[in-house]
Write a protein that binds this ligand. Structure first.
Ligand SMILES: N=CN[C@@H](CCC(=O)O)C(=O)O
Ligand SMILES: [Zn+2]
Length: 412
């Protein structure tokens, strides 16, 4: 059965097949078709056009989209969706004056989540994660990347990645798995980081490659976590095991990780709250997508990625949630898009481009997702009746999503 959307107030993000990302001043353009129709066949976008040229289709289920906007679903290219429990106590500790760094130094933070996760069964972890996945799908996310990194032992890292594998089997949206064993140094290796790096590259990576449990490799390149040298080592070893690099970098300090990412042709460099002019310069001409995580800045009260500087330098930018229990307990891409406009001075067009086509590039799926393009998957958001697409970020905190479709099937 085909699905026909009719009377769409505006069809947003209409692109040709060649456009894989948009950069610099191109990000201000959001191509639209007014008063449009769109046909879905076999889960894919088959055709679209203006209502005045609507052909006669047979055997279609019709959706009247009068007053509504139809657009590609959000793509969330950076999450830590698999975790056990929560870190609400650390939230309270921060309200009462401790910093994120102080909490981590006291054995809280990532190590706290790792302890909880190690003690949680794979079944229970799957249950908690599937619930979060359904929560974000209901908010319009129709493709998602998920990292390991709260296991920090071979057994627990594999447990996380197997949970992601099971999600891939049970849900229809694109899910990419990232191995982030280099997220923090476990307590047992506090005085022997070298041994932990060896464990990552010599024990965990071969197992992950053998079971095909991840597409990407990631590392937290930051003072107190992993150095630029460690980053080179992990990304090189990852590549030898068929894993494409991504990095957590420049969250608190600029230490040269961006240059390492570019050198390794990382698919994305993520966080970027603290950027020097040299960091921006080194991204120019690269294939690496910068990714901003504004909900993390909001939650931790740290600087926002200087989006204007990046975009005005001609670079592309993607947006993601960073959904995790410590720095961003929210997977709401609608809030991310609002924050990008409110706090990072991105225009609605730039923010929507960053959360769809550029986000799809950052998770390696922009040939099949992230825009309204013939042949791409019909992963779509139908808004409620709103005056304009700019109303989405403007009315922050409100829910203007009427329906969500994955491969043409209504899922919410
Ligand atoms: N910065 C590193 N990792 C996660 C948060 C980790 C945590 O606090 O649990 C992030 O991307 O923000
Ligand atoms: Zn993260």
């Amino acid at each position: 059965m085909n699905l026909l959307f009719k009377n769409i107030k505006q069809l947003l993000q209409v692109r040709d097949q060649e456009t894989r990302l948009v950069s610099g001043s191109e990000m201000k353009d959001l191509p639209v078709i007014e008063n449009a129709w769109l046909l879905v066949k076999d889960g894919k976008i088959a055709d679209f056009g203006k209502m005045e040229n609507l052909p006669a289709f047979e055997d279609t289920t019709e959706v009247d989209a009068s007053g509504k906007f139809l657009m590609p679903g959000w793509v969330d290219s950076h999450t830590h969706l698999v975790y056990a429990g929560n870190r609400e106590q650390e939230f309270i500790d921060r309200i009462n004056g401790l910093t994120y760094e102080e909490i981590a130094n006291k054995g809280g933070g990532i190590l706290n989540s790792a302890k909880k996760l190690q003690e949680t069964s794979e079944e229970e972890l799957y249950r908690q994660t599937a619930q979060r996945l359904e929560e974000v799908i209901n908010m319009g996310t129709t493709a998602i990347e998920i990292k390991s990194g709260y296991g920090l032992t071979t057994e627990a890292e594999l447990k996380m990645l197997r949970v992601i594998k099971k999600l891939k089997e049970n849900y229809d949206l694109p899910i990419k798995a990232t191995f982030l064993g280099a997220h923090a140094i476990p307590k047992e290796f506090k005085d022997n980081k070298e041994a932990y790096l060896n464990l990552l590259t010599e024990e965990m990576m071969p197992k992950i490659a053998e079971e095909k449990l991840a597409e990407y490799v990631d590392i937290f390149c930051e003072k107190g976590y992993f150095t630029v040298e460690d980053t080179h080592r992990i990304l090189s070893a990852g590549k030898e095991h068929g894993l494409i690099p991504k990095i957590h970098v420049n969250q608190f300090n600029s230490i040269g990780g961006i240059q390492a990412g570019v050198e390794h042709e990382a698919l994305s460099v993520d966080h970027l709250e603290v950027m020097t002019p040299e960091d921006i310069e080194s991204l120019k001409g690269s294939k690496t997508m910068p990714v901003a995580l504004p909900s993390c800045s909001l939650f931790l009260s740290i600087p926002y990625t200087p989006a204007r500087e990046l975009i005005d330098a001609g670079l592309p930018l993607a947006l993601a949630t960073d959904y995790n229990p410590g720095s961003t307990p929210s997977g709401n891409m609608n809030l991310v898009v609002s924050l990008a406009c409110i706090k990072m001075k991105m225009n609605p067009e730039e923010a929507i481009n960053a959360a769809t086509i550029n986000a799809a590039y950052a998770m390696g799926i922009s040939d099949t997702h992230g825009s309204i393009t013939k042949g791409k998957a019909a992963n779509l958001i139908l808004t409620s009746e709103i005056p304009s697409y700019g109303f989405l970020p403007y009315s922050f905190g409100a829910n203007h999503i009427d329906k969500v479709f994955i491969n043409g099937k209504e899922v919410s």
